[in-house]
Design a protein. Structure first.
Length: 65
């Protein structure tokens, strides 16, 4: 299971027991979107090859505000 924790500066990720951070700039560059318009599903796709995308995607802007 992958855990994503969002804040205004990026995303803390725990993937297969490994912790790392995706910076805001990296997320924006990878998605070609403003950070707050990126969804949690899009970030999950950056981390996992075949993620389980249950539920509705949520915008980072709605998560951190």
């Amino acid at each position: 299971m992958t855990t994503l924790s969002f804040d205004d500066d990026g995303v803390d990720v725990v993937y297969q027991g490994t912790e790392f951070r995706l910076s805001r700039d990296l997320v924006e560059e990878a998605t070609q979107k403003a950070y707050y318009d990126v969804t949690d599903h899009e970030v999950l796709k950056m981390v996992e090859e075949a993620p389980d995308l249950r539920g509705e995607p949520r915008r980072i802007g709605d998560i951190v505000r």
